[in-house]
Design a binder for this molecule. Structure first.
Ligand code: 1GP
Length: 250
């Protein structure tokens, strides 16, 4: 479990990580080359590959190209159990703990378990929490589950605590791709104080200042997809902001 060990190590050091989310549906071969070049230059920590809806069938090709072009760890962030590629380094094994849809809590896992196990991927059990981002996002629609209201810090705290005590190795709070309102710093601060496992934050982050403030509030990993799809040059600024937090060995 190389990727998870590095996440733990970075958290212990106070190193904030930057993950760029690549949606296989939205990239071309040329785009991937542009993104991997920029990501290497900017010392991006992880590349997340996935999306709520992978319509096209070229996840494998995308992962293979990314692996060929750079040495940044590739972590799958699957929107459905079919989004598997053995060429990646790890898989976020998501259980939608903010919702009450049994299919996304455990049902789909049961169906895909043999395939997931056979993939040989490093599996990172992840408590996935969708937070209301101000407008319906693909994830909120597809999941058929109510997101946690944006101002209910207590619900988010208790959900994250429960996820950690159930053995989840990571908590990922997501306002949904392209969310109008990203997760508040107040919620990040409350949740990060009550869990020990790394905290991943994403959804609707468009400016480096917000990414920086999220890290200050307690996020360990910042995920950015949409804003980078629109302007790949943002990778550099985002990375600089996230990595500007001084590392303090605890
Ligand atoms: C979505 O957290 C990710 O699942 C990233 O969201 O595309 O809005 O950056 P954005």
């Amino acid at each position: 479990n190389r990727i998870y060990q590095s996440l733990l190590l970075q958290k212990a050091k106070g190193h904030k990580s930057f993950a760029v989310l690549i949606d296989p549906d939205k990239v071309t071969v040329e785009k991937i080359t542009e993104l991997t070049t920029l990501a290497m230059d900017a010392s991006v920590d992880y590349l997340l590959i996935g999306g709520s809806l992978v319509v096209s069938n070229h996840l494998d090709e995308v992962v293979m190209q990314v692996k060929k072009e750079c040495n940044i760890p590739v972590v799958l962030f699957p929107g459905s159990p079919s989004q598997l590629s053995r060429h990646a380094d790890a898989l976020l094994y998501l259980s939608l703990i903010s919702g009450r849809n049994p299919e996304l809590l455990i049902g789909q896992h049961v169906i895909s378990a043999p395939q997931v196990k056979q993939s040989g991927l490093e599996i990172i059990s992840t408590g996935y929490m969708v937070i209301d981002g101000g407008a319906p996002t693909t994830v909120s629609y597809i999941s058929n589950a109510t997101p946690i209201p944006a101002d209910k810090n207590e619900i988010a705290m208790c959900t994250a605590m429960a996820g950690e005590m159930l053995g989840m190795k990571l908590i990922y709070m997501d306002a949904g791709s392209g969310a109008r309102r990203p997760i508040t710093e107040s919620m990040i601060e409350h949740v990060s104080k009550v869990i020990e496992v790394p905290l991943v934050i994403g959804g609707g982050i468009t400016d480096p200042e917000k990414a920086y403030r999220n890290c200050k509030a307690g996020a360990d990993v910042i995920v950015i997809g949409n804003a980078i799809e629109k302007d790949a040059g943002l990778i550099r600024e985002m990375s600089a902001a996230i990595h500007s937090i001084p590392v303090t060995s605890k």
